[in-house]
Design a protein around this ligand. Structure first.
Ligand code: SF4
Ligand code: SF4
Length: 321
């Protein structure tokens, strides 16, 4: 795989600083039952990195100390981490909202038969990737059979109340483009998804988030191989909107890796760019408990244009209205 960080170091991305922490996003490791083409963490079934119980407990301690109101759990397939349910229960006990970045197919993995019921019982919000509503494109990007299993998983979740009005159970879907282009406007695409998935399968969901592909890891490396990296960066830079700087996710989110180190966002985590505080090369959860991050400068590189291009892009979808 081609390294992309050296291509991103030289940047004129505007300086930005952190605000009050709202979301603690935790990557519990790279083990996944899938190995998608666009995966920005290079997760897969052969990865072994996984968060220990000790670190999971530090996450819960930091959650309380920092006052964050949302725990956003990601991976890999986070549910395959043996401490996943411990984290969910610990956060819910503290009244914290929990988001599970679920790949849907994990519901059919061995040992996960009761996963959907567990998520529903704890009121966990599900954010699931479905990069298109057609079978061919989903399977091309995420692997053969993924579309069919994803639909079956959404059906199971719908049956438990997910996506249904008045249930209080939320399932949002995530779209990202197949190639080096910007995502289309979020609202009309959401309508298309709802219509097609509703008519074809009778399935429902709450919102569709459209995300730009980041020029890093597997996707970035593919761009380098195809000679498209510079053109894609030109596209992102050219579509930059200052208005999006105000709401990029790193302003109010901290990302934690499977070892317990802090980053300004998941993308920086994948690039090995830790959160910098008081000149320290990196900061671990155990040293962050009493530390105020408000006002701390955010580590930016050229990939940050992926968050501010066009309608903007964050883990909660488009930034501009
Ligand atoms: S399901 Fe998600 S974490 Fe797993 S390989 Fe695909 S994109 Fe990566
Ligand atoms: S890539 Fe990360 S640090 Fe850069 S703007 Fe986006 S969220 Fe912020």
């Amino acid at each position: 795989m081609h390294a992309t960080l050296p291509l991103l170091v030289d940047t004129n991305f505007p300086p930005i600083a952190r605000r009050r922490l709202e979301t603690l996003q935790v990557n519990v490791g790279y083990v996944c039952n899938q190995a998608c083409l666009h995966c920005h963490v290079n997760a897969g079934p052969t990865r072994t990195e996984t968060m220990t119980r000790e670190t999971a407990d530090q996450v819960l301690e930091y959650l309380a100390a920092s006052g964050a109101t949302t725990l956003d759990i990601t991976g890999g397939a986070p549910e395959l981490n043996p401490n996943f349910r411990h984290l969910v229960l610990g956060a819910r006990m503290r009244g914290v909202k929990v988001i599970d970045r679920c790949n849907l197919t994990v519901l059919f993995e061995s040992g996960q038969a009761d996963l959907a019921r567990f998520l529903a019982a704890e009121g966990v919000e599900i954010v699931a990737s479905l990069p298109c509503y057609t079978e061919e494109l989903v399977d091309r990007q995420r692997g053969a059979g993924v579309y069919e299993k994803s639909v079956a998983a959404i059906r199971e979740l719908n049956a438990l109340g997910y996506g249904r009005e008045g249930s209080g159970l939320t399932i949002d879907l995530v779209y990202n483009p197949q190639g080096p282009s910007l995502p289309p406007p979020q609202a009309p695409l959401e309508q298309d998804y709802k219509r097609v998935l509703g008519e074809k399968f009778g399935i429902v969901f709450n919102r569709l988030f459209t995300l730009a592909n980041m020029p890093i890891q597997r996707f970035g490396s593919t761009l380098v191989t195809k000679g498209q990296f510079n053109d894609y960066m030109k596209l992102l830079r050219g579509a930059h909107s200052d208005a999006n700087l105000d709401s990029v996710m790193c302003r109010s989110l901290v990302s934690v890796d499977w070892l317990g180190y802090l980053y300004d966002c998941d993308f920086n985590q994948m690039l090995g760019l830790p959160l910098r505080v008081a000149g320290r090369p990196r900061l671990h959860l155990k040293d962050a408990m009493a530390r105020e991050l408000d006002g701390n400068p955010i580590v930016v590189r050229d990939h940050c244009f992926g968050c501010t291009a066009g309608q903007g892009s964050s883990c909660g979808g488009a930034l501009a209205g």
